[in-house]
Ligand binder design. Structure first.
Ligand code: IMP
Ligand code: MG
Length: 182
């Protein structure tokens, strides 16, 4: 049986329960709200993994915000970053002179976020920041760190709360992890 089939049969274990996710997201929303006070922002949801986090975060944000969606795909069905980033859906509108906040699910090697930030910076936003629910500091291969981070985690392979393995597990309300042999 291929390794990915065995993984798909596992029941993910809980890494961060729903209540802790929601409590931390409320704190992030406070912090972001304070920093941008008086400004409208363009919040960019990086598809697909961050759609659940994005929708919880923007509903707690006390700011006027325009939502944009950027599709990127960086892994295929593999568990290690290929470093190749493919844009699968571009923004609808220009972001020139806008205050842009990129919302990511995970920063692992950092290659995806750094590609996204460079691409968006070229479009001349008034400001450009990033917020990631998760950061794996030990896996970073670039010097990029999100401006806002929900949780720093180890090198677990996480799923749930919008995050998938091979397209599965996105609907779990908690952040789980799955075990994989090395
Ligand atoms: P990076 O380019 O290595 O930083 O990878 C970032 C992207 O890889 C994230 O936005 C996720 O889509 C995916 N990714 C990284 N780690 C995990 C994980 O533990 N589970 C599922 N997807 C992951
Ligand atoms: Mg992602």
């Amino acid at each position: 049986m291929p390794m990915s089939d065995e993984i798909l049969k596992q029941k993910p274990k809980v890494l961060i329960p729903e209540v802790r996710l929601q409590a931390r997201i409320a704190e992030l929303a406070q912090e972001i709200g304070n920093d941008y006070r008086g400004h409208d922002i363009t919040a960019i949801c990086v598809l697909k993994g961050s759609f659940v986090f994005f929708s919880d975060l923007i509903r707690k944000l006390d700011l006027r915000c325009t939502c944009e969606f950027l599709g990127v795909s960086s892994y295929g069905n593999k568990m290690v970053s290929s470093g190749e980033v493919k844009v699968t859906l571009d923004l609808n509108d220009p972001i020139e002179n806008k205050h842009v906040l990129v919302i990511e699910d995970i920063v692992d090697s950092g290659l995806t976020l750094s590609y996204i930030m460079n691409t968006l910076r070229a479009r001349k936003p008034a400001s450009l920041k990033s917020c990631s629910l998760l950061l794996k500091p030990d896996a970073l291969k670039t010097d990029i760190e999100p401006d806002y981070t929900g949780f720093k985690i180890g090198n677990e392979f996480v799923v749930g709360y919008g995050i998938d393995f091979a397209g599965k597990f996105r609907g779990l309300p908690f952040l789980g992890y799955i075990e994989h042999g090395h």
